[in-house]
Design a protein around this ligand. Sequence first.
Ligand code: TA6
Length: 296
Amino acid sequence: MLNDPQALNDQYALTRGLTFSPGNGGLTRAVIDTDACRAEVYLHGGHVTRWKPAGHDEVLWLSQHAVFDGQKAIRGGIPVCFPWFANNKPVDRPDAPAHGYARTQRWGVLETNETDGQIQLTLGTTINDYALSYRIGFGRELDLALTVTNRAGTEQTFEEALHTYFTVSQIRRIMLTGLEGAQYLHTVAGANTLHTEGDSPITFTAETDRVYRSAQNVVLHDPDLQRTIHIEKSNSDSTVVWNPWIDKAKAMSDFGEDEWPGMVCIESANITPNTVTLAPGATHTMTTTVRVDTPA
Ligand code: TA6
């Protein structure tokens, strides 16, 4: 699995906008720079950290305190959570990491190409008896496709999430639509109580940590940034909405105490009870497309 930027450039660089170079902490990253967008992806965790479509501000949020040591998950961007979400780990692995192994594992480059101005980068890794292939399309939209293959001789069941951190003007001033009427698990402080979303847009006035049982697309309305972000998805029956607010932000060493008002997580996922079970050799692909509009 190539990690040296020069070797990666020799094999995978694209003259029209994709190169590899040492990034923060000396970690190898792909840098995308085209007329359509600028973006960055670290091989550590297969982690998209930046995506700035032409004509818009940066869409993804990255903590100023994110750690790039090649061990810890990078705080912000799009962490890949697999083969479980949060602490839904196997009971016989009490010390296993929250959100699984994918976000702290080294991923390799499988393919790069450019089509109609969109750069496509496909990364891959293996986790236990799973093979993961992650195709990312960088253009005026951000296209993510996470494909999981069961390489075991028996069926396997997993959870997954593209744990996307979005930059917002001010958490108290944004609204989410698309989850009206959806059932959700409220998990703040371990409450784990089931609720049903009302008919009004979702607004934020306190720590918010919800796993919606919904396959619906979500729209993030940010009037102060004069933008609307559309999060469209397929083969995803869960959506997580999270903002840590004051106390939880303080409790995280890689999250600035004053950063929480400027972000929200909206995560395309498959989380219990919407787990995915694959027969031997079977595959499952979850997709998410992020699109930014300037409302009329
Ligand atoms: O997606 C929401 C969540 O499960 C929160 O409960 C919070 O723990 C967040 O993920 C971040 O988790 P991390 O392990 O990256 O600190």
